[in-house]
Design a protein around this ligand. Structure first.
Ligand SMILES: C[S@@+](CC[C@H](N)C(=O)[O-])C[C@H]1O[C@@H](n2cnc3c(N)ncnc32)[C@H](O)[C@@H]1O
Length: 290
């Protein structure tokens, strides 16, 4: 098996996929890759990552070479990388990259093909797939760690997971004691994935995934977790204020350390807000609705 991988503008995916399939690809996978999350679209645009990584698999090297020439002649893409994978091991080697991850010594995000390291942990099964949220990105792991550290706050709480992606944060919140979660996600495909993930984890009765929350809903959440991006976070302040109960807790992630001051300024009139933690370039903020 031969792989060809490279980074592209996400909007080019369908055109490039056709060329790859025409060149003999037996599978074409789109992953987050090296996307530049700082170049984010405004809320009025489709709020998705702007670039993604393509991994195409071919039975023969000549098909992979042909695809490489077709793609590099026709599209502006990042560096193209070719690899040979042994026929027997290629699917296994892909899976071997995904191991169970433990957060705050309480929560374990575990791919379906792995055995959890410790049965006393709260286990959430998430397989890497089409929607963002496996726990490996810093912005997600900061939130998961906070959830794992705050079991008393989560106990019987109503939670909103805004920008729910794969549903990883909302499903974890249920696992850690929340009574009900609403996941809000504008990507319809991600909603399908997150509903499947809820069923796999047996929490579908306690979690609903929607594209929008009706404007008349207010004072609904004890906790609202938003791992989105800087610009939507600035724009969503009025909605978060409306959805949270008084004294409700807002967790903001997807913010670069260099953007923290601007978020604090935008929220400090109606929230008491503080920087909780950083991981690399990424910051986690906690706010309480006044
Ligand atoms: C960084 S991902 C986070 C996914 C997951 N919650 C996690 O923590 O891994 C952000 C998600 O927010 C969604 N999103 C962005 N803006 C949104 C908005 N205004 N309303 C709902 N979802 C939004 C995107 O489609 C994407 O799935």
């Amino acid at each position: 098996m031969h792989s060809l991988s490279f980074d592209i503008e996400t909007e080019e995916f369908l055109r490039i996929e056709k060329v790859l399939l025409f060149s003999g690809a037996v599978s074409v996978t789109q992953t987050l890759g090296n996307c530049d999350v700082f170049d984010e679209p405004s809320l009025s645009e489709i709020a998705k990552w702007s670039t993604c990584r393509i991994i195409a698999l071919f039975n023969t090297r000549s098909e992979s070479d042909f695809a490489l020439s077709q793609v590099s002649e026709t599209f502006q893409v990042g560096t193209l990388k070719q690899d040979e994978l042994s026929d027997t091991d290629w699917s296994k080697s892909w899976k071997e990259e995904w191991l169970p991850q433990t957060f705050a010594e309480t929560l374990c995000i575990c791919p379906s093909w792995c055995r959890p390291p410790d049965n006393s942990l709260h286990i959430v099964i998430i397989d890497p797939g089409q929607a963002f949220g496996t726990g490996s990105h810093e912005t997600t792991s900061l939130c998961l760690t906070w959830l794992g550290q705050n079991l008393s706050l989560l106990d019987d709480a109503c939670v909103i997971d805004y920008g729910s992606g794969s549903g990883i944060l909302g499903i974890s919140a249920i696992r850690l004691g929340a009574r009900h979660v609403t996941g809000v996600e504008l990507d319809k495909d991600a909603i399908v994935v997150s509903r499947d993930n809820a069923i796999v984890n047996g929490v579908q009765e306690k979690i609903a995934f929607v594209e929008k929350i009706a404007p008349e809903v207010e004072n609904a959440a004890d906790i609202l977790v938003a791992n989105i991006l800087f610009k939507p976070i600035l724009e969503l302040e009025p909605i978060f204020h409306r959805l949270l109960k008084c004294d409700g807790v807002l967790l903001l992630s997807g913010i670069l350390a260099s953007q923290v001051d601007r978020v604090v300024r935008a929220y400090s009139e109606r929230f008491s807000i503080e920087l909780l933690q950083t991981d690399g370039d990424w910051a986690l903020l906690r706010a309480t609705r006044l």
